[in-house]
Design a protein around this ligand. Structure first.
Ligand code: FBP
Length: 264
């Protein structure tokens, strides 16, 4: 890991990335309870909140919507992604080049690597090309480090998540985005395996305000540097209120209880 200026997507050493690539990764099903969020502008509006350090989207959403938000939102361009229609061994198509991401105004890059997949070798080679090209533009690289594939029965067990952060460090990511391994101790070990590289937690499917904030509290206590979250924010009726609370837990290191009380 070479020192890179990650300040465009970091505030006080922490990060809260709002992810909205679900239309590709999961399909319209994720928007069933919040059909208004099918309009990407609504989520870009949410991303103008001070707590949000970047918005992660695919190329088509960046092309169509980012020009209206470039003064208020930092762009994290996700370079690869695959639909839920794909039934093969985990893999992710490279949908955007680093040159084009830079042209679109990206402040950072995102790339999924499925360690353990039968396609790991090709994915890592594609990551290499993107990471090295990103260095030429000084664009920090966030790795969605999601070990999965036919050899992996449980993709959130502690040893797997520790391997995910280590893999990201060794391959040259600046931030690793990993699933929650189930406990603060397990997250602390995953953070330790990452050396000086930042680790952020991936949000997961929507839970209650308290459950989600308590997990974020544990993750911050464990030494992780924030979140890259989608559904737990924009699937809520009032995403701004949750972002107000997340701002307190992530940047001010308040407890979930205190943050909820302060934002009632
Ligand atoms: P969530 O917070 O909604 O889980 O989003 C994080 C994310 O990594 C998205 O960027 C992506 O669309 C999705 O999760 C992929 O999750 P999975 O591959 O586990 O279905």
């Amino acid at each position: 890991m070479i020192p890179i200026d990650d300040s465009p997507i970091v505030r006080d050493g922490k990060s809260l990335i709002l992810a909205m690539d679900h239309g590709l990764e999961h399909g319209p099903v994720d928007f069933e309870d919040v059909p208004e969020k099918l309009d990407p502008s609504t989520v870009f509006e949410t991303a103008t909140h001070d707590a949000v350090t970047a918005m992660a989207v695919q190329k088509g959403i960046a092309e169509g919507y980012y020009p209206s938000y470039e003064d208020d939102v930092n762009l994290l361009l996700k370079l690869n992604g695959t639909s839920n229609l794909w039934m093969g061994e985990p893999d992710s198509a490279v949908n955007c080049s680093v040159d084009y991401a830079a042209e679109l105004g990206a402040d950072a890059l995102g790339f999924t690597v499925y360690g353990g997949s039968n396609h790991e070798i090709e994915m890592v080679e594609e990551f290499r090309d993107a990471q090295e090209k990103g260095r030429e533009y000084d664009l920090p690289m966030v790795m969605w480090s999601y070990p999965r594939g036919q050899g992996l029965k449980n993709d959130t067990k502690p040893s797997t998540i520790s391997y995910a952060t280590r893999l990201a460090l060794e391959l040259g990511a600046d931030i690793a985005k990993v699933k929650y391994p189930g406990s603060k101790d397990a997250m602390a070990h995953a953070v330790q395996c990452a050396g000086d590289m930042k680790v952020v937690m991936s949000g997961g499917s929507k839970t209650s305000d308290y459950e989600f904030l308590s997990t974020v509290e544990a993750v911050i206590d464990a030494g992780a540097k924030g979140l890259a979250v989608g559904r737990n924010v924009w699937q809520r009726e009032d995403p701004t209120r949750l972002l107000d609370a997340l701002e307190q837990v992530i940047y001010e290191e308040k407890t979930a209880d205190a943050a909820l009380e302060a934002t009632e």
